[in-house]
Design a protein. Structure first.
Length: 509
């Protein structure tokens, strides 16, 4: 099995998710190990000289002025993890916790945190062995890092709390026995280094970005299918229109739509129908879908800077023999990005729902009402649109930005907080909601294209339609609609589905 060396600067949204998805193994590169050793040597030297350094020889937060004796330094770090494990609420999904662990390892490997190599080796062992700490989702205010969630992550390291190992929930002590290990004893600085970071926010944002990249392509496909089902025109996607308003996302989306609809027999059959232009939800797909893509690209750049950064405090600079107290743990960049992306992805769902509403409305689409063969006796996909509308409404609430709020903590020593953890979790929920809306559009669009057979759709949309119909046939009479929606989602989010469509039409951007 290939082992990936972490340098502290090489992670992306895609390769991070792939590492977790494929249960890949990681290790520390020689260069990273050298930097880690150099910074730790400085910490040990300062401790031997009894220097006053925040979080190493002092208390934390409001207790910053309390000196800690050398004999209590290890207990200080253990107490920090125990006391800051104050989370509550639903558990963070295993996949997100694994990303958190990966990102913390990567950040520490930059060599600015002053931890021992042994600590990183133990964290890497946990990652490679599939140990997943149980981490509650509530408790972070997104500044001074994700203190509470990362403390729960660190509990497992010191033999406290619970974790999941080999598919079973157990105490951390039980897990250590199975791995024939002793719980890790933290040294000076190491507890603080483990929890002073933005890895919970980063993990949620990373998975949301990864899924959003897929959603953007699927929305272009479902939108193209809807347009063809309703006998729309592709004239609005002409390159000349995009050229004189050259937003990158708009140009990309229009190109995708042209590729997907190329050689559509359905479109050819009504080219002289006299219809002037389509409704906004069809005609303006390049502008709306494109704006989402541009937002996504910006947010990805923020994330990829963050996951390759040192977000600890204090930071140890071995090249200049100094420690500096700063604020790299503040989650504002991530909070803004998560709030911004939630708004954008929500709009992808909004416009998709509007297309669904048109598809089921026979007066607007020219298709059988509610896409059923025997309306009246059958209600068809009437309530599928209700479901999409309900989800859209929920997303509107979730899109209220959390980053505009700030509640002071630690007796006003930490008097401005990003609330980025709230932003990131809301984004994750919005993305999962939009997945359902897009699945509903695929279901309705395929039912609409059925009405035009034997005419074929475009090069890409025909492939999408045929692959979809292979596993979910035309609905001649009513059945349990929720099962149809779930099946639709299962089909379109199978990676092979998108791969086959892209291969057929020459790739989507």
């Amino acid at each position: 099995m290939k082992v990936t060396g972490l340098t502290g600067s090489s992670l992306t949204a895609v390769n991070s998710v792939d590492l977790v998805l494929n249960n890949a193994k990681i290790l520390l590169t020689k260069d990273a190990l050298k930097k880690v050793r150099a910074s730790r040597k400085l910490v040990d030297n300062w401790i031997s000289k009894d220097e006053i350094i925040y979080g190493i020889t002092t208390g934390f937060g409001e207790f910053k002025d309390v000196r800690i004796s050398s004999k209590d330094l290890e207990e200080l770090q253990r107490n920090l993890i125990l006391s800051h494990s104050a989370g509550t609420g639903k558990l963070i999904p295993d996949f997100i916790v694994r990303l958190m662990l990966l990102f913390r390892i990567n950040s520490l490997s930059l060599g600015y945190s002053g931890v021992r190599p042994e600590l990183l080796e133990r964290l890497i062992l946990f990652f490679n062995s599939g140990v997943v700490p149980l981490v509650p989702s509530q408790g972070s205010v997104g500044s001074s890092g994700d203190l509470s969630p990362l403390s729960h992550l660190a509990l497992t390291l010191i033999g406290e709390g619970q974790c999941k190992y080999q598919g079973e929930i157990m105490t951390s002590d039980e897990m250590h026995k199975l791995l024939e290990l002793e719980p890790f004893k933290l040294s000076a600085k190491e507890g603080l280094a483990l929890i002073n970071g933005t890895q919970m926010m980063s993990a949620y944002l990373c998975k949301s970005i990864y899924d959003s990249q897929i959603l953007c392509k699927l929305a272009d496909i479902s939108g193209s299918m809807s347009l063809d089902a309703m006998k729309g025109t592709s004239k609005a996607f002409d390159p000349k229109i995009q050229k004189i308003r050259p937003h990158k996302g708009q140009i990309t989306s229009a190109e995708n739509l042209r590729k997907l609809l190329d050689r559509s027999e359905i479109m050819e059959s009504h080219k002289d129908c006299g219809k002037v232009q389509d409704a906004y939800s069809l005609r303006c797909m390049p502008q709306v879908h494109g704006a989402v893509k541009d937002t996504l690209n910006y947010c990805r750049s923020v994330l990829e800077t963050e996951i390759n950064s040192a977000t600890d405090n204090p930071l140890i600079f071995s090249e200049t023999n100094e420690h500096l107290e700063g604020g790299n743990f503040h989650g504002e960049p991530l909070a803004f990005a998560a709030d911004f992306l939630a708004i954008a992805i929500s709009e992808l769902g909004n416009i998709s729902e509007r297309r669904v509403a048109r598809l089921v409305d026979g007066n607007l689409s020219g298709l059988p009402r509610f896409l059923t063969d025997n309306g009246g006796l059958n209600s068809g996909l009437m309530i599928a649109q209700y479901t999409a509308a309900s989800i859209v409404s929920q997303n509107k609430i979730l899109c209220h930005p959390a980053s505009v709020d700030s509640i002071p903590t630690s007796a006003n020593q930490e008097d401005h907080n990003s609330m980025g953890s709230v932003s990131a979790i809301k984004l994750y929920d919005v993305v999962n909601n939009v997945k359902k809306i897009i699945a509903i559009e695929f279901l309705c669009a395929a039912q609409g294209i059925d009405q035009h057979r034997p005419l074929k759709s475009g090069k890409g949309t025909e492939e999408a339609y045929m692959l979809f119909r292979k596993d979910l046939p035309h609905q001649k009479k009513d059945s349990i609609t929720s099962e149809l929606i779930m099946k639709s989602a299962e089909i379109i989010f199978d990676p092979a589905y998108l791969q086959k469509i892209e291969k057929k039409c020459g790739g989507l951007k």
